[in-house]
Design a protein around this ligand. Structure first.
Ligand code: ATP
Ligand code: MG
Ligand code: MG
Ligand code: MG
Length: 473
């Protein structure tokens, strides 16, 4: 089953169960300053969950374009390292706004996955997790669905022993609740352990579907208010479920990515499609193209800076594979061919996307080589395993290397970054800027954080908080 057919099958199934098929919303959230980019299918229904907005349906389904490259759900650093994370992906979802709850939500998910009329996945390859104290969900899985108790794992909040958590929240505030997740076992050829085990971060047991029992609204002061009505929000990664159906162990081996990787390989002189850097490029073209189509422009702050970071990261990986000039923009055509039918806005914006990417590539090409050379010199002279703050700062300030780009290179060498040293350099630069201002200008007085595509919150790079701002004259 091809990616596009799977997307359609999902929507058809839930339509049959009385769900309204709702189109995907933009990657730039409408009126939600708490959110960097749309990161889940439920985002566009946030106010419906909160009871602030009424719709003429209580069940909905969608295939939502998502970007997780900053903010609460940030997978930028995972891309190229895991078989299952993208910056851009599509989330298939079904939603109940005070209509059905746990029993039906679990029943639908199971039927769609395992029924021979739908996906027909072998039940013994599936594992499930429930929130540690959720005996109700455990009971439904065990008694009503028939999943053996050994394959139902109880998992608590983040900060427990292992990486996963079974309490879903879209951000620091907003709708949230305990969840139950479905995992697929890709078999013993792949490294990794079941959910809740120390090896769970491998790619053997892959989380395919998260069924969230929306029950609370977390407010800015941390209070958990009950929602007007218990609701359901689910999310399944289209690329992950496609990999399962196509019998491959990595999202990058599904039809859509293979075609994209082959196009990228042709542009870069035939490098192997299994090359990690090529995968990064194939991933990044999707987020960059869709972000531009949704009106984000590369810039030095907020959403635009995230876009710029992704483009520069792609350019650096191309350089690593031997690209001698701009290449990234040439991938847009292949992407439009693959995804234009499902997303006509991509076809409409093709020329604009190509132009903006080319411009960014040309601009960065001027400093990329020099910056890389400087970094190589500093790494060669390095004592210890940490790249000094001064180097990170110079790369950022003079050569336009976003910090995560330097980190990407450092990680390939098993090196870390001296973030504190970098912060000190940044602070010193701010002091210099203040001192040189002949009016003794209050630095903060000139900060602008307004505008449609600018993010006003914090962004985290490797747990390192930064806030991006722009100075206006
Ligand atoms: P993981 O633990 O693998 O990082 P998650 O728990 O962060 O996933 P959810 O927030 O529960 O993911 O999102 C719902 C579903 O969306 C996941 O079950 C998965 O199928 C898919 N998904 C999440 N993040 C990504 C990503 N970066 N790339 C592709 N698919 C994703
Ligand atoms: Mg995640
Ligand atoms: Mg997870
Ligand atoms: Mg999850």
């Amino acid at each position: 089953m091809k990616t596009a057919a799977l997307r359609q099958a999902f929507l058809d199934y839930f339509k049959k169960q009385g769900h309204e098929v709702v189109p995907t919303s933009s990657l730039v959230p409408a009126d939600d300053p708490t959110l960097l980019f749309t990161n889940a299918g439920m985002n566009q229904f946030k106010d419906v969950f909160l009871g602030r907005e009424q719709r003429n349906y209580t069940r909905a389904t969608s295939s939502q374009r998502c970007v997780r490259a900053g903010g609460k759900h940030n997978d930028l650093e995972n891309v190229g390292y895991t078989a299952r994370h993208h910056t851009f992906f599509e989330m298939l979802g079904n939603f109940s706004f005070g209509d059905y709850f746990k029993r039906e939500a679990i029943g639908y998910a199971w039927e769609f996955l395992t029924s021979p009329d739908w996906l027909g996945i072998a039940a013994d390859r599936l594992w499930v997790t429930v929130y540690e104290s959720d005996d109700e969900a455990f009971g439904i899985w065990e008694k009503e669905i028939g999943v053996p108790a050994e394959r139902i794992i109880r998992i608590g909040d983040k900060g427990g022993a292992y990486a996963s958590d079974n309490f879903w929240q879209m951000g620091d505030t907003g709708p949230c609740g305990p969840c139950s997740e479905i995992f697929y076992d890709h078999g013993p050829d792949v490294a990794g352990g079941p959910p809740g085990s120390p090896e769970e971060d491998g790619d053997r047991y892959i989380e395919i579907w998260n069924v969230v029992f929306m029950q609370f609204n977390r407010t800015a002061d941390g209070e958990m208010q009950p929602l007007p009505k218990p609701s359901v929000d689910t999310g399944m990664g289209l690329e992950r479920i496609t990999a399962v159906l196509q019998g491959v162990h990595s999202n990058y081996e599904i039809d859509l990515f293979q075609d994209l990787l082959e196009a990228a390989s042709r542009l870069l002189g035939g490098v192997a499609t299994s090359e990690a850097s090529l995968r990064v490029i194939a991933d990044h073209i999707r987020s960059c193209a869709f972000l531009i189509a949704d009106g984000v422009m590369p810039s030095n702050e907020g959403r635009g800076f995230v876009l710029r970071r992704i483009i520069r990261r792609a350019a650096r990986h191309g350089n690593k594979l031997g690209a001698t000039g701009p290449f990234f923009h040439k991938l847009v055509g292949a992407l439009v061919e693959l995804m234009g039918e499902a997303y006509p806005e991509l076809i409409k914006s093709q020329a604009q996307i190509e132009r903006i990417l080319l411009q960014e590539e040309e601009q960065f090409a001027k400093t990329l080589d020099k910056g890389l050379r400087l970094l190589e010199q500093d790494i060669a002279a390095l004592q210890g395993s940490e790249i000094p703050g001064k180097t990170i700062f110079t790369l950022y300030d003079t050569y336009g290397f976003p910090v995560d780009l330097t980190n990407d290179i450092a990680r390939e060498r098993g090196l870390a970054l001296d973030y504190d040293g970098y912060e000190k350099e940044m602070e010193a630069q701010r002091d210099r800027a203040r001192a040189s201002s002949k009016f003794g200008l209050d630095y903060n007085a000139g900060l602008s954080l307004s505008g449609a595509t600018e993010f006003t919150g914090y962004d985290s790079i490797d747990g390192h908080e930064t806030v991006q701002v722009v100075l206006v004259d």
